[in-house]
Ligand binder design. Structure first.
Ligand code: ADE
Ligand code: ZN
Length: 330
């Protein structure tokens, strides 16, 4: 069994495997512009974040009913469980669905059919994080937060994703203030393609507690020092970085330097159906490409639970951490 770990950076829509995409397309009478799953897999060659996002949003057309979202989440949980995931904090993109005429309630209730019983079915505790699309307006984000109020017992926090460059965090100051007032946890993608200044802005203006990606902090030593001092977790996604060409090859990934600097790094899968692997695959990939030893791998697994939003259940966190310490890598 792989080392126990928490997945903290996972877009549920990014777990849509080609086989399930075609099955849902058939179920819903949706025509996909690909002959078959092989043809679709061939389209998984990305130049950058935007070229991925184009396909990611296009394929969402097959997700229409509660059952679709439940099947999507169940398929993810099964794969995650096999890779040692014990706790998952799962992103979803409500605006990408409401814009297509799928009600927010359909999305949340559908996901909840799977997540509400994930401990019994897959041995994974789960939480939901609702992301705002940063290339949409701040007003749309605020409307989305208001529309989500009936479902807040199922949503632990808010995040910020989609096309980063040109959409700085400060654009969403008001909606993050409103989210904080509702007691929601706050995270944001920053420093994936965008500059280190976006990371600083996410911390100072949005009050985020974790930074998703945060890779480009390495360009700013003062920022690194701050992230270390304030113990701000970074949810790195190594396979994603290679596929979206934010790093050249896995062997060049700054993860070892980031750990050496004392950053609280975690390893996650982002959009595993598109980027070649789930959480355990990302662990295996960095282990091989970067030659990480047992203590570094244990640190990454430990960090994932340290950075989890488990403050409501510290006993559980302690149990997961004990599993990590007891894990035998040989
Ligand atoms: N939405 C899904 N995956 C994403 C990523 N890696 N960056 C920004 N937005 C996303
Ligand atoms: Zn992401």
């Amino acid at each position: 069994m792989p080392v126990p770990k928490a997945e903290l950076h996972l877009h549920i829509e990014g777990t849509l495997e080609p086989e399930l995409a075609f099955a849902l397309a058939a179920r819903n009478g949706v025509e996909l512009p690909y002959a078959d799953t092989d043809a679709l897999r061939h389209a998984y060659r990305f130049e950058d974040l935007q070229s991925f996002l184009n396909l990611y949003y296009e394929l969402m057309a097959v997700l229409r009913t509660e059952a679709d979202f439940a099947d999507l989440a169940d398929a993810y949980l099964a794969r995650a469980a096999a890779q040692g995931v014990r706790h998952a904090e799962i992103f979803f993109d409500p605006q990408a669905h409401t814009a297509r005429g799928v009600a927010l309630g359909t999305v949340v209730e559908g996901l909840w059919r799977a997540l509400g019983r994930s401990e019994e079915t897959h041995g994974i505790s789960t939480q939901l994080i609702m992301c705002f699309l940063r290339d949409e307006s701040a007003e749309s984000a605020l409307e989305t937060l208001r529309a989500a109020e009936p479902y807040l017992d199922r949503i632990v926090g808010v995040g910020l994703d989609s096309a980063e460059v040109g959409h700085p965090p400060a654009k969403f100051r008001e909606v993050y203030e409103a989210a904080a007032a509702l007691g929601l946890r706050r995270v944001a993608h920053a420093g994936e393609e965008g500059p280190p200044a976006y990371i600083t802005e996410a911390l100072d203006v949005l009050g985020v507690e974790r930074v998703d990606h945060g890779l480009r902090c390495m360009e700013d030593p003062a920022l690194v020092e701050r992230l270390v001092r304030e113990r701000v977790p970074l949810t790195l996604c190594p396979l994603s970085n290679v596929r979206l060409r934010t790093v050249g090859t896995l062997a060049e990934h700054p993860l070892p330097a980031m750990l050496d600097a004392g950053l609280l790094c975690t390893v996650n899968s982002d959009d595993p159906a598109y980027f070649g692997g789930y959480a355990g695959d990302n662990f295996d990939a960095v282990r091989e490409a970067l030659g990480l030893g047992e203590e570094r791998l244990r640190e990454l697994a430990r960090n994932s639970f340290v950075a989890s939003f488990l403050e409501h259940d510290e006993e559980r966190r302690a149990r997961y951490l004990a599993e990590v310490e007891a894990y035998d890598f040989r």
